[in-house]
Structures are given as structure tokens and as C-alpha cells.
Design a protein around this ligand. Structure first.
Ligand SMILES: N[C@@H](CCC(=O)N[C@@H](CS)C(=O)NCC(=O)O)C(=O)O
Length: 213
């Protein structure tokens, strides 16, 4: 399997990029990977300039580069690649599908609301957004947290008996959801799970925000 040599991520702390950094830390690979941090707040964003579009035509981070020149985009696909053959990705068909179930949930029902509200609250000027859009992000993001809470009422982790890629994918934006107005007190099983994730060997926090230094 080709080795990861470079991670394209952002200068401000991106939850999608944090997923990759967190798994690299669990795998003890952090020091082997060069990090290229792009300014996504610039005008135009560095992710939308020709040199990066040649790397990822979708103009988004995270992206990894492997030692054979292969490029891989999409945070949850990157998690699956890096976790292949490790304890963080189930090897059986149902376990793998269950991990994918929660990672698709994360991208369709959670990240578009929880991450988007975080971005506009912290970096985008929320007052420029339409009140009905803000209300939708809050309602749907909170609904996603309740779906997680329902699962975690009877399971320690999102896939089988062990912590893995689905937990990493969902932790990335859930851990900071309270700071942007979501009600974590209403989802006690989620808050207990956040503590279990933080207690995993090799856990690292998301990086600091340079715009708030
Ligand atoms: N589905 C993608 C979403 C990636 C994404 O939205 N990345 C944002 C940062 S969190 C980005 O690159 N924004 C800059 C841009 O869109 O130009 C993934 O999971 O990797």
C-alpha cells in the first residue's frame, strides 16, 4: 500500500482536515507527513487557485498525496484508505458497511449543517446570512445530534465494539458544536461519547485558530 507523504489542509482549523490529522496521530504517522496549509479565507481562496485545482479539481481540502504520486480527496475516503488493515476500519463486510453508513450520514445529515453554521459563525459573518438558512442549519444539525444520541444510548461506538473511522468522522464537528449554538446538554449520550473519544490512545485536539490568537 502506497504511503501518505503530504496532507493539504487549511490554515484555519477545518474539521474535515482534523479527521485526517487525528487518524494520522492514532497511527503514529504525524511526523512522516508534510502539511501544506492553504488560506481558504483569502480572496480567491488558495483552494480555488489553478495550482491547487490541478491537485483537486473540486477545490477543497483535505487532500492527501501518496509516495507514488496518487492524489486522494474527500475526508472520509481518506480515513478509509489510511485505516485499511488497521483496528480503525472493520474488516468484515457488515462492519465496513456500518462504518460507511455513519460516514455518509456525517456528510449528508450532519456536516452540511453543523460545520456550515460553525464556518459562518466563526469566520464568515453570520449576520450576512438569511435567518431562514440559519434556522435550517440549527434545526437539522440538532436533529443529527439526536440521531447520534439515539444510537449511543445503546452502543459505545458507531461501528461494532470498537472506536474507529466513523467515530473520528463524527467527532470532528460534534466536539465543537456546543460553541456554535447547538445544545449538547440535550444529547447526554453524545457528550459521554465525546469523552470516550478524547480518552483514546494517541488522541490530539484540533489545532488552534490563528485568526483568534
Ligand atoms: N466533502 C468534503 C468537504 C471538504 C470541505 O468542505 N472543505 C472545506 C474546508 S472544511 C474547503 O476546502 N473549503 C474551501 C473551498 O471550498 O474553497 C470532505 O469531506 O473532504
Amino acid at each position: 500500500m502506497a504511503k501518505v507523504i503530504r496532507l493539504y489542509e487549511s490554515l484555519i482549523p477545518s474539521g474535515n482536515a482534523y479527521k485526517v490529522s487525528l487518524l494520522l496521530a492514532h497511527l503514529g504517522l504525524t511526523d512522516e507527513v508534510e502539511v501544506v496549509a492553504l488560506d481558504i479565507l483569502a480572496n480567491p481562496p488558495e483552494t480555488r487557485r489553478p495550482d491547487f485545482l490541478a491537485v483537486n479539481p473540486n477545490g477543497r481540502i483535505p487532500v492527501i498525496e501518496l509516495d507514488d504520486g496518487t492524489i486522494l480527496a474527500e475526508s472520509n475516503a481518506i480515513l478509509c484508505y489510511l485505516a485499511h488493515g488497521t483496528r480503525y476500519l472493520p474488516g468484515d463486510a457488515l462492519g465496513l458497511a456500518r462504518a460507511l453508513q455513519w460516514m455518509f450520514f456525517e456528510q449528508y445529515s450532519h456536516e452540511p449543517y453543523v460545520a456550515v453554521l460553525k464556518f459562518w459563525t466563526l469566520w464568515g459573518g453570520l449576520h450576512h446570512k438569511r435567518p431562514e438558512d440559519i434556522a435550517l442549519w440549527k434545526t437539522r444539525g440538532q436533529a443529527a445530534l439526536h440521531v447520534m444520541d439515539h444510537h449511543l444510548a445503546s452502543h459505545a461506538w458507531f461501528t461494532g465494539a470498537d472506536y474507529g473511522v466513523a467515530d473520528i468522522a463524527l467527532y470532528a464537528y460534534t466536539h465543537s458544536a456546543g460553541a456554535v449554538g447547538f445544545d449538547l446538554a440535550a444529547v447526554p449520550h453524545v457528550t459521554a461519547w465525546l469523552d470516550r473519544v478524547r480518552a483514546q490512545p494517541g488522541h490530539v485536539a484540533i489545532k488552534a485558530d490563528p485568526t483568534r490568537a
